[in-house]
Design a protein around this ligand. Structure first.
Ligand code: HGY
Ligand code: MN
Ligand code: MN
Length: 409
């Protein structure tokens, strides 16, 4: 049993054009026109293959191949069609497409499985609004608190929900009964250099890093940049500059194996001739260990306070999201390993540095991931690339593991 690789290739090429700007990358942020077009294309392609489709109240989009058995549970496959602002063609999209291809291949083969299999495209994995919003909603674990101070800002979230005809209540009500779920398997690009460096075909993910994200705001005094003496300034930009460097030093000195990033920095009012009275930063830090993630977050918040004290500023460190580090499910890992062996493909176990919907699904069902190599470990940019051969390997492993798990779980 193998996937229809020509159909998969054609679809990957078609989907990869939706939102692509040469030299810039893929722009499919949540609910952008390109994102909506990609989601519509996904459902049309599923319907054309004779699959059922559904959209839940968190706008998760699914293709479904129902089991013939009454009361059958669902084995979920999938990932996300949204991208970061100038992203690559494979992050998320490859997982959704391979999941769809698995359903089509099972249907074409006339295989009767004791489980319904569903290919899902989760809403807002990348966090333009919240981050793993659709998968979080599906677990039923979303709370009003989660939506009170999201990564994309509360006003933006409400405006986008309203524009899309969605509601907070709908998000909070999108929980699936865990008893109806047998498991979740996500195929994803590694987004790191390990598989390519080790010349291994596939990665069987053992654990997924957690993430703590913060909005940091330094406040000083906006003053005339020409007349205010240097020693009388309360320059918010100095606090921000001090913290950006301190974040790197703290992680490299005290938290080896962790990472942290300041991905955005705005100085206000933002003019050549005004000393910035405010600096706003978007900061995230990541660890594979839950307690270490808290220690790391506390250490960075302490650094923010000392940077503020150093430059006579106020500082506010506002949490805007936290994703727990998780281990993946042993049964799913075993099925993925069996699928690699059956196909004569090499595999290795490795943790994921990136966050994924699979880490959210761990809280309600057996959840696991399989990685395909990323060229030079590049992701979240237009140079993101996975060879066609590796894409087909991933799809075939997902297909075999799906049939295995549908029968064994
Ligand atoms: O940020 C991440 O790790 C993922 O790409 N959303
Ligand atoms: Mn991503
Ligand atoms: Mn992703």
């Amino acid at each position: 049993l193998l996937v229809n690789s020509e159909r998969l290739r054609a679809d990957l090429q078609t989907l990869g054009e939706i939102g692509w700007t040469p030299g810039v990358g893929l722009g499919r942020t949540t609910f952008s026109d390109a994102h909506l077009a990609a989601r519509a294309w996904f459902l049309e392609t599923a319907r054309a293959a004779g699959l059922q489709t559904l959209i839940d109240s968190a706008a998760n989009h699914s293709a479904v191949l129902p089991s013939g058995e009454p009361g059958a549970r669902t084995l979920l496959l999938g990932s996300h069609l949204d991208s970061v602002a100038q992203g690559g063609r494979y992050d998320g999209a490859l997982g959704v497409l391979c999941a769809l291809e698995v359903l089509r291949s099972v249907k074409d083969a006339g295989l009767e499985l004791p489980m319904t299999i569903e290919a899902i495209d989760f809403t807002d994995e990348e966090g333009t609004l919240v981050g793993t919003l659709g998968s979080w909603a599906l677990t039923g674990a979303l709370t009003p608190d989660t939506l009170a101070a999201p990564r994309g800002g509360r006003e933006h979230l409400l405006a986008e929900l309203d524009r899309m005809g969605l509601t907070e209540a709908g998000l909070l009500a999108a929980g699936r009964d865990p008893a109806t779920l047998a498991g979740f398997v996500e195929l994803h690009i590694e987004q790191g250099p390990v598989l390519e460096r080790e010349s291994v075909d596939l990665g069987i993910v053992t654990a997924i890093r957690g993430n703590a994200s913060f909005d940091v705001t330094f406040t000083g005094e906006a003053r005339h940049a020409g007349t205010t003496p240097m020693d009388l300034r309360r320059d918010a930009g100095l606090g921000a500059a001090s913290l950006v460097l301190a974040v790197r030093h703290t992680v490299m000195r005290e938290f080896p194996g962790c990472v942290a990033n300041v991905g955005e920095l705005h100085l206000r009012p933002g003019a050549y001739n005004v000393v910035p009275g405010q600096a706003r930063m978007r900061l995230e830090c990541r660890s594979l260990d839950d307690a270490e993630l808290d220690r790391l977050a506390d250490a960075l918040a302490a650094q923010a306070r000392s940077s503020a004290a150093e430059w006579d500023l106020e500082v506010e460190v506002a949490p805007v999201g936290r994703w727990t580090p998780v281990a993946t499910d042993g049964e799913v890992r075993a099925a993925l390993r069996r699928a690699c062996e059956a196909l004569g493909l090499s595999s290795m176990e490795l943790p994921s540095g990136a966050g994924h919907d699979a880490q959210v699904l761990v809280s309600v069902t057996r959840s696991g991931m399989v990685f395909v190599p990323s060229h030079h470990g590049i992701s979240h940019g237009p140079a993101e690339h996975t060879t066609w051969n590796d894409c087909v390997n991933g799809a075939n492993v997902l297909l075999r593991a799906t049939v295995d798990l549908a029968r064994s779980l």
